[in-house]
Design a binder for this molecule. Structure first.
Ligand code: EPZ
Length: 432
């Protein structure tokens, strides 16, 4: 088992380069299945969710060749298995994109119910609604989802909730369906647009991605393409907040500033200085941080995947801040860990009230999910003393070498191995 040890109190300064977006890459990789020719994907982040997606593709019969540190050639032409088994699928939420991609290409799919971060109830009813509308039948048994269709036909799909996953799965399944599909109340996240752009570069006909109505005219064949994944909006936002929390001065490179607008606006309200360039953003602090209120909503609102990080920053700001979670049922599980570090936060349902104390203290803590883990690293960087963060596998699902990038900015963070016995003893100590 591995953990991070962070010695807090160092200002982050210098430059950092953001990797490709996790939530785009985990959809683009299954989307390659739809192509009738090999594709090359660049700017693919080196994270465990991507490695699992690549493993699933190989297990199905795709030929995967690494061309460089972040680029892959994937030849899907020999895929002859249509099943994603339990052991691999349960490790990540995004395994559900194999449902849409396999259904769209072969009219059948068998995928285990997805795993992923524990954020409360995570139904997939809207995904199934979209597949059914396109003409597929599904059965759920023994934790597996089976999809079958004689033929997929274009249709009108109204999503009852704005769902990133259901929107992307509906696109994947509809791209080769006969006729016109219209997805209404679609999610507008940058990764939805990236998936549509990728498929269009393969010859698909998708219009309106980035708005809440997406129109897809089915095509018979998709061709090979060479495509770079967009920069990770959430990794960029996480580094923006790490810079702010340490009162640092950091140039964050390989970003799309437009995707960061809601984060930028909130940080400016808190007192953080931000300079935007074409594909980079400078973040620095030269005055006090002040309270604000934040509510997470689907794009273009403030992203839920930045909620734990901004809440952590607000523990360092003057005054009382309110953070409201508008997407997930349970996204405040990290608060107990921040309290160990001296944060004064009370939670009532989906609302957290944060009394900014201006300081945090190092403590042993545990990452309970991906963004919670990132928030604890930020807390550790800003805290007095040493913070030890366990269960960092959550962080490695979505951040490409976070500790290396932070060290290059001057942070004192290292990854150490702890024998499993010691980890279990620690767990017992923490439990009492
Ligand atoms: C994606 O999850 C992201 N994951 C999440 O990233 C992110 O938090 C979330 O979108 C919201 O932006 C990936 O892209 C792999 P949703 P997804 O479907 O698609 C409800 C991270 O830290 N809902 O948009 O699973 C659902 O319960 C993470 O990187 C239904 O009711 O999220 C939630 O309340 C974790 N029925 C809301 O919609 C459905 O069929 C939004 O979920 C689907 C969703």
């Amino acid at each position: 088992m591995e953990k991070f040890i962070v010695k807090g109190g160092r200002r982050l300064t210098g430059e950092v380069t953001i990797s490709g977006a996790k939530n785009a890459a985990v959809a683009l990789l299954p989307a390659v299945i739809l192509s009738d020719e090999p594709c090359v994907l660049e700017n693919v982040p080196n994270i465990s969710d991507v490695n699992i997606s690549l493993r699933i593709l190989k297990e199905m019969g795709a030929e995967v060749t690494m061309l460089g540190k972040d680029s892959y050639r994937i030849d899907p032409t020999r895929i002859d298995k249509f099943c994603v088994p339990y052991e691999t699928a349960r490790k990540m939420r995004a395994s559900y994109y194999f449902l849409g991609a396999l259904l769209g290409k072969f009219n059948k799919a068998r995928v285990s119910m997805p795993g992923g971060c524990p954020l409360g109830d995570r139904p997939i009813d809207q995904h199934l609604k979209a597949f059914s509308a396109l003409g597929a039948e599904y059965t759920l048994s023994q934790g597996m989802i089976d999809l079958r269709a004689d033929k997929l036909c274009g249709t009108q799909i109204f999503l009852d909730v704005v769902s990133v996953g259901a929107t992307m799965n509906a696109i994947l399944a509809a791209v080769k369906a006969e006729g016109l599909t219209i997805i209404e109340n679609a999610a507008r996240e940058p990764h939805v647009v990236d998936l549509a752009n990728f498929l269009n570069s393969m010859g698909a006909n998708i219009m309106g991605a980035g708005t809440d109505v997406i129109k897809i005219r089915g095509v018979n064949k998709l061709y090979g393409t060479n495509y770079a994944v967009i920069p990770d909006q959430i990794e960029a936002g996480t580094f923006m907040i790490a810079a702010a929390a340490t009162k640092g001065d950091v140039l964050i490179k390989n970003v799309t500033p437009k995707h960061l607008e809601s984060i930028t606006k909130k940080l400016e309200k808190i007192g953080v200085n931000i300079e935007q360039y074409d594909d980079s953003i400078r973040v620095y602090v030269d005055g006090p941080l002040v309270k604000t209120s934040v509510k997470t909503t689907p794009h273009p609102g403030f992203p839920t995947d930045m909620q734990p990080q901004i809440a952590t920053l607000l523990t360092l700001a003057e005054g009382t801040s309110i953070v409201t979670e508008g997407v997930w049922e349970q996204r405040f599980r990290y608060v107990d860990e921040l309290r160990r570090m001296g944060a004064d936060i009370s939670v009532d349902g989906k609302v957290a009230v944060i009394e900014g104390t201006g300081k945090l203290m190092g403590a042993p803590v545990k990452a309970c999910d991906l963004r919670a883990g990132a928030a604890l690293i930020i807390a550790g960087l800003a805290a007095n003393g040493i913070t030890e963060i366990e269960d960092i596998f959550h962080i490695e699902r979505g951040y490409d070498c976070m500790e290396g990038k932070l060290r290059a900015l001057g942070a004192d963070i290292e990854k150490v191995n702890i024998p499993d016995d010691a980890a279990q003893n620690n767990q017992k100590k923490n439990a009492v």
